[in-house]
Design a binder for this molecule. Structure first.
Ligand code: ADP
Ligand code: ZN
Ligand code: ZN
Length: 738
């Protein structure tokens, strides 16, 4: 019986793979690895993926269950993607059954057919062709319809309706076997043709040309490129031209972008160049659109997929190039459940498929920079702005001893006024939404703490409420102090709503657009804002990091950074890297086109070495210095890190669990040399969303010994008794300490 025992992956958080028998009646078509089947699991029926077709029997299992149904005749995933899933599952220590579900869009996970929308059509049968018309004399509608069929041969549903043939008539003809009904997939894309974009082709500068040529000449080999170009240096133009070559060779490209907000802009630019065979894939697409993109990509009908994080799992029939734009961006890392980095999976996918990959950034992550310094990656530098504009000039505004108006100094306000009068646009950057980060009672010192987190609740004015930005819980703003009944409150600190209120009062004749995750919650609202900005009228743009990333604002001449100090004193060793990236990216929105740009940073620490380095505008020098610090401290990228965290409503339970875990693992095997375990310690924010979190952070110079240690802990974590005690997570290459 072992020859028809089939190993199936089911989407549940368990490490085991499950085997099923193939019932006799479907034995004729053995489902191959990568195809979907329906299997009984407990009392449920699940959609599973065939992993192996000749699994060896487990002697402990007496009676195997039967596969209920084979959904796909052909595998939906190819061998290299199955291998990629296997690698990702082992690297991230995450169950393969859940990992593999990321390779499918929602409707395929639910077991729907892997097909485009289908349409019905009717064909004249042999019998219909030679049927005696007189025999239908008592049914004139059918007679008329049959005549039309004799003329046309075949009619789709819409066409039949247009000829006045009703559904009952069709059914009647079908019953008499005069016509027969079929279905056919409707292709939502044009077939392959010549490139049909309409944009004029730009003349590349020497650096761009060198970059494009280098990428093109590495076709069919696994070269990794760091496209290291300052903001506005024409990186996008470079990879568009490299992709043009990929498509000419009949292959496809996958472009990962960090932010869904950037998708419309990127899609438009690609469509201008390449025409309609470009599709975007992200969470705002509905199930049908996601499936259509998936089918198009996997059948080779679509040339380019532009998408956010999860697109890295998109099957592509003939992938020729992967681009990860803004590779340093944190949104490529998923921070819950399957904690993968799309950039790192992209690197491995390129290796498996033996194709080149381009990582593009003006502010490369320290890992990537280090890999380029050690010559693992090839660096393509773009040192000038493509439009001929200069990088903006930086100046500091020393806030010490100064009177501020809602967080803004008079120097900054005056400069905003100047620029607006000169008909320019201004961008004010403050990475904090809401009105004020906390609310304090003036008479007793009560603070708006969140009951579920070690954090303050932020005061919001529109609509008025207190909201925790860590657990999202909300409550009404109290009219009297819960502790002393006083009604005198102070709003402490500044958020975007507060600065917006001030700017609207101060600059009555100019529009103020606040762009943050509150103001852009509604569908298309970000696109609407971007549309207004594009009109180029003098406007104040005020926003969080949503505005910092990748946008091209040709009329912005001034960027004002309200609070340059916020990341300098972070508890996280990655804090400085993040601040430097964010500041450089925001600054990069200024002076991108014909008008020169300026950046003003408000700070209380003008002498801080990191602030000094930033205003000289060289991210790379800053980053290289950070690398020296990281090397001395043996922090990533000079070691590999993993974090194991446990959470429960009782802090002692979480702590003891992590303590026991470490002890039990060490009992099985001594800690390998070069492995540093830090903790058990409470998480930097111990209480979050009503649970208490304890963790260990493991650092190792060898990936192998790190993974051996994690394998040990894994056997304990997956014991059934564990889930009764705590919720836990394993995070490989975590991106934050908090
Ligand atoms: P990045 O991706 O580095 O931010 P982009 O590719 O968006 O840069 O280019 C910035 C601006 O420069 C865009 O408006 C783009 O159209 C323009 N641009 C890019 N390359 C050239 C070129 N070779 N000649 C003229 N303009 C260019
Ligand atoms: Zn009070
Ligand atoms: Zn909270």
């Amino acid at each position: 019986m072992s020859d028809n025992l089939i190993e199936v992956l089911v989407p549940i958080p368990l490490l085991e793979k499950f085997s099923y028998l193939l019932p006799k009646h479907i034995k004729s078509s053995l489902p191959l690895p990568g195809s979907r089947v329906l299997v009984p699991f407990g009392r449920r029926t699940l959609v599973g993926i065939v992993w192996k077709t000749n699994s060896s029997p487990n002697l402990k299992i007496k009676k195997y269950k039967y596969i209920k149904e084979v959904i796909d005749n052909e595998p939906l995933l190819t061998k290299d993607l199955l291998d990629l899933a296997d690698w990702a599952s082992r690297y991230y220590h995450h169950p393969l059954g859940e990992v593999i579900s990321y390779f499918f869009p929602p409707s395929l996970r639910k077991g729907k057919d892997a097909k485009f929308l289908e349409t019905s059509f009717w064909d004249l049968t042999n019998k219909g062709e030679f049927f005696q018309m007189e025999d239908l004399s008592r049914a004139p509608n059918q007679q008329k319809a049959l005549e039309i069929f004799r003329e046309k041969g075949e009619l789709a549903q819409i066409a039949a309706k247009a000829f006045g043939i009703t559904q009952p008539t069709l059914s009647a003809l079908e019953k008499k076997e005069l016509v027969s009904r079929h279905t056919r997939e409707l292709l939502p894309y044009k077939k392959r043709g010549p490139l049909d974009g309409k944009q004029e082709i730009k003349k590349l500068n020497a650096e761009q040309k060198f970059a494009v040529d280098s990428i093109i000449s590495s076709e069919d080999s696994n070269e990794v490129f760091l496209l290291n170009g300052i903001t506005g240096s024409g990186k996008t133009e470079v990879y568009i031209r490299a992709i043009q070559d990929v498509i000419k060779r009949g292959k496809q490209a996958l472009v990962l972008i960090p932010e869904i907000g950037l998708a419309p802009q990127a899609e438009e630019r690609f469509k201008n160049f390449f025409g309609e065979r470009v599709l975007s894939f992200h969470s705002a697409k509905n199930d049908r659109e996601k499936l259509d993109a998936w089918l198009g990509a996997s059948r080779g009908l679509v040339d380019i997929i532009i998408g956010t994080r999860s697109s890295i799992f998109m099957p592509m029939k003939n992938l020729g190039l992967i681009v990860v734009d803004e590779e340093h961006d944190l949104s490529f890392k998923q921070v819950e459940r399957f904690r993968y980095s799309a950039r790192d999976i992209a690197l491995y996918r390129a290796k498996l498929q033996n194709i080149p990959i381009v990582l593009a950034s003006a502010t490369p992550s320290l890992e990537t920079l280090n890999n380029s310094l050690t010559k693992k990656y090839k660096v393509l530098n773009l040192t000038k702005r493509a439009t001929g504009a200069n990088l903006p000039k930086f100046s500091l505004i020393d806030l010490r001893g100064k009177e501020l108006q809602d967080g803004l100094s008079s120097e900054l306000i005056n400069e905003v006024e100047e620029q607006l009068k000169s008909k320019n646009q201004v961008l004010i950057f403050l990475n904090r939404r809401g009105y004020a980060p906390s609310m304090i009672c003036k008479s007793c010192g009560w603070v708006s703490n969140c009951e579920r987190c070690d954090a303050h609740m932020t005061l919001h004015k529109r609509p008025e409420r207190l909201q925790c930005h860590h657990c999202d819980s909300q409550k009404q703003k109290p009219s009297n102090c819960p502790s002393c009944e006083s009604n005198q409150f102070e709003s402490y600190g500044y958020g975007t709503e507060r600065v917006e209120e001030f700017l609207k009062k101060r600059f009555k004749n100019f529009p103020v657009l606040r762009v943050d995750s509150d103001s852009t919650r509604k569908k298309n609202s970000l696109e609407n804002y971007l549309g207004i900005i594009k009109e180029g009228k003098p406007t104040i743009l005020l926003g969080t990091q949503l505005l910092a990333k990748g946008h091209h604002f040709p009329d912005v001449t001034l960027v004002g950074i309200v609070d340059a100090d916020s990341g300098l004193f972070s508890a996280d060793f990655r804090g400085s890297e993040r601040v430097a990236q964010l500041m450089t990216q925001v600054a990069g929105r200024a002076g991108r086109d014909k008008k020169p740009g300026r950046v003003l940073l408000q700070t209380y620490c003008p002498e801080h070495p990191q602030i000094e380095e930033l205003i000289t505008g060289s991210y790379e020098r800053f980053a290289r210095n950070l690398l020296i610090e990281r090397k001395a401290a043996k922090s990533p990228p000079f070691s590999f890190q993993a974090k194991v965290q446990a959470e429960s409503p009782n802090t002692f339970v979480s702590r003891d669990f992590i303590l026991d875990l470490l002890e039990s693992a060490m009992k099985i095997k001594k800690l390998p040399k070069g492995l540093r375990v830090i903790g058990p310690l409470p998480a930097v924010m111990e209480k979050k969303s009503g649970v208490y979190r304890w963790e260990i952070n493991i650092f190792s110079e060898s990936r192998k010994s790190l993974h051996e240690f994690l394998d040990l802990t894994q056997t304990i974590l997956y014991l059934p008794s564990t889930s009764k005690k705590v919720r836990w997570s394993v995070d490989i290459d975590p991106i934050s300490l908090i």
